[in-house]
Design a protein around this ligand. Structure first.
Ligand code: FE2
Length: 180
């Protein structure tokens, strides 16, 4: 299949922004949500107002959580992904979460699956937010920006496994270069 080659294209955006500072999720009970973010997902959390908090996983993009009254309805494609090292770590996380499911009111935990080369599963928290636990090289999906663009269906990409491996290789090569 033909691959798009827009990398060389210089696009001049209308907006000139500096940084992707945050995304947001909603919850219905801030204290309950905070407990889940800290005790289950392992975020560093700080309360920012009567109805809001912010969480982060290392320095970078932050997720803000706002307590709302209305029913929230995020879908599977409105999720945040948390990376672990490998397939075994995904399975381990799945086991641990299944054990904690009742206590934290986790509504759904999907089966771990290989999709587009990434082994992962999803969970829906008590406030209907979707989270994904996935295997990824260090640095998350940043490696994708060093690869050729593709217009194939992401889900059906047979080369997914190869893509992840290639990403891992590139990171190793970069490290070697740095060390040399
Ligand atoms: Fe994802």
């Amino acid at each position: 299949m033909a691959q798009a080659k827009s990398k060389a294209k210089k696009i001049k955006p209308i907006l000139k922004t500096n940084y992707l500072s945050h995304g947001t999720v909603e919850c219905h009970n801030l204290a309950r949500a905070r407990r889940f973010y800290e005790e289950v997902l392992g975020f560093e959390v700080v309360q920012t107002s009567k109805i809001s908090l912010m969480m982060r996983h290392g320095k970078g993009t932050i997720i803000a959580c706002v307590e709302t009254r209305r029913k929230t309805a995020a879908g599977v494609y409105s999720h945040f992904g948390l990376d672990v090292d490998d397939k075994a770590a995904v399975d381990e996380a799945h086991k641990l979460l299944s054990g904690a499911r009742k206590e934290y009111g986790i509504k759904k935990i999907t089966r771990p699956l290989v999709q587009h080369g990434t082994y992962s599963f999803y969970l829906i928290d008590v406030d209907d937010n979707w989270w994904e636990i996935l295997e990824n090289p260090k640095g998350g999906y940043n490696y994708v920006f060093d690869l050729k663009e593709s217009n194939q269906d992401w889900r059906e990409q047979k080369q997914g496994r190869t893509r992840v491996a290639k990403g891992k290789r590139q990171i190793t090569q970069r490290k070697k270069k740095k060390a040399a």
